[in-house]
Design a protein around this ligand. Structure first.
Ligand code: FAD
Length: 472
């Protein structure tokens, strides 16, 4: 998290900063001598940043005095680096209420002299460290700003736009956090399942010389390990696809191709953040289950994975908000052109491969899943305008449906590559065959969940909203 936040903050200064700001902050942040943070949250405002109260008073020299309280600031104070560069959302005095009056500021923990050397302490102090469920090695701080010197980053009152440079990047980083914890938990679970002996295989002893068989012979343990494997390998492919879109959107010589990659990335960012982190928790929990009681006690380290994984669906915009972002902002983007391009991308994979005998089964199942997503999209378009609660109540299901279609595309692509390489006689045969077996599991056991997700989207908001608030 420490280098991740520093990279996000430096990227934001690189995108929005003046030449002078870039010269002042970036070399030391990129070298790792200084670190970075993002300061949005306040006691009365988390999701709803329009309620933000931190104030910025302009000074004659062009700087601002920043005052207010920020809570839950990751990597907010520590002595790992010589300086900490806080990016802080605040409201310039006289600015409008709500989101349109928020600006972004650079606030160094230690003031920087004109010659670039470190000066005195700025007016920002750590009021307390949060005690929390997991990620204990990250300092989550309450920060008090008391007339701290700050410098406007990007245009006045356009702070949310500038902060989104950091948040979009951080959302993808958090998505990988979900995946990474799932992966390490899975590796531990697989090793344990090969080693722990308990009970006999249903089909007869596999290890007759020993008192019992290793638990990996039991189909229920296999189900958990295969589910995790299908998730981690599929999620890794999705995360790499996202990374590729970033590279294309920055570097492709063709403007249209750059724009297309940017659109796809914007569409998929909430899907990656939400699905990979929700499933990261599920995967860590399944991995713990493979260890039985030994997973629950802390000696084996499995409970730490589950605790550490649990924050990822919460911070960087809760997963509920990611789903609302997908349905409310990303689907209608450019009058629906972006989601149509996404459908066309999946459809062309199906059309290109459905006549290939090796791929027919995958293409049939992916086609069904895609049709379910298209039907759910149509249902939302027809119903959410008349009652916005239909979008709010079903956005979570819709996001998961889209994630499974995307993962189906990723698994189809990997299976095709593996089959081609086996036919050519290249690569590691066992690795490639295992890819295909895991693809089979994904298509037969996980992708069909798209059927129930479509039904849940089309059930709408009525049952979700039917009780009085007092009845809960
Ligand atoms: C360990 C940790 C580290 C963090 N690091 C940082 C950091 O570095 N910088 C920073 O600025 N913040 C940080 N945060 C804050 C974090 O981003 C917020 O906690 C999060 O965005 C949710 O805000 P909240 O806690 O106020 O919850 P609330 O906004 O009160 O939300 C509570 C629940 O209501 C739901 N909800 C709220 N509004 C809506 C709506 N309009 N529609 C549907 N559902 C809604 C939410 O999804 C959630 O389930 C951190 C938090 C933690 C716990």
């Amino acid at each position: 998290m420490y280098p991740g936040l520093t990279k996000g903050a430096s990227e934001t200064i690189h995108t929005w900063g003046t030449d002078d700001q870039k010269r002042t902050y970036l070399p030391n942040m990129i070298s790792g001598d200084w670190s970075g943070t993002m300061n949005l949250t306040e006691p009365q405002c988390g999701t709803d940043l329009g309620l933000l109260r931190t104030k910025a008073e302009p000074n004659d020299d062009g700087s601002y005095n920043i005052s207010g309280t920020k809570i839950f600031i990751s990597a907010g104070d520590h002595d790992l680096t010589e300086n900490i560069i806080h990016l802080v959302l605040a409201r310039i005095s006289g600015a409008p209420d709500g989101m349109d009056g928020i600006s972004l500021f650079i606030v160094p923990k230690i003031n920087i002299k004109d010659d670039g050397s470190l000066g005195d302490r700025n007016g920002v102090t750590c009021g307390s460290l949060e005690e929390k469920m997991g990620i204990h090695s990250n300092a989550t701080c309450l920060l008090n700003y008391d007339n701290a010197k700050g410098y406007l980053l990007g245009p006045e009152n356009k702070g949310m736009r500038a902060m989104f440079t950091m948040m979009n990047e951080a959302r993808l980083g958090v998505a990988v956090q979900g995946l990474a914890i799932a992966e390490v938990a899975q590796q531990n679970a697989a090793e344990y399942a090969r080693d722990r002996i308990q009970g006999r295989a249903l089909t007869g002893a596999k290890n007759p010389d020993d008192a019992a068989d290793p638990i990996i012979v039991h189909p229920d343990v296999r189900r958990m390990l295969m589910t995790n494997r299908a998730f981690t390998e599929g999620a890794r492919a999705m995360a790499l696809w996202g990374a590729l879109q970033i590279d294309i959107s920055h570097n492709d010589p063709d403007e249209k191709t750059r724009e297309n990659a940017d659109d796809m990335l914007a569409l998929m960012t909430p899907v990656l953040k939400s699905y990979l982190t929700d499933q990261g928790v599920e995967a860590a929990s399944r991995a713990m289950q493979c260890l039985g009681g030994h997973g629950y006690i802390n000696e084996w380290g499995m409970e730490q994975f589950l605790r550490d994984a649990r924050i990822a669906p919460i911070y960087e915009g809760t997963n509920g908000i990611q789903a609302m972002d997908l349905v409310g902002r990303k689907l209608p983007r450019k009058n629906g052109e972006v989601i149509r391009k996404y459908f066309a991308m999946i459809q062309s994979f199906i059309d290109d491969n459905k006549d290939n005998d090796d791929m027919e089964h995958y293409c049939t199942l992916l086609d069904k899943a895609l049709k379910r997503q298209q039907a759910a999209t149509m249902w939302l378009m027809q119903n959410a305008m008349e009652n916005p609660d239909h979008a709010g109540a079903t956005a979570h299901y819709y996001l998961n449906l889209m994630a499974l279609v995307s993962m189906g595309h990723a698994w189809g692509t990997m299976a095709l590559k593996a089959k081609n390489m086996i036919a050519e006689g290249t690569g590691d045969k066992t690795f490639l065959e295992n890819k295909i077996k895991t693809a089979d599991f994904f298509f037969n056991h996980i992708l069909p969940e798209t059927a129930s997700l479509r039904i849940k989207v089309e059930a709408g908001a009525d049952d979700v909203m039917s009780l009085d608030a007092q009845s809960f």
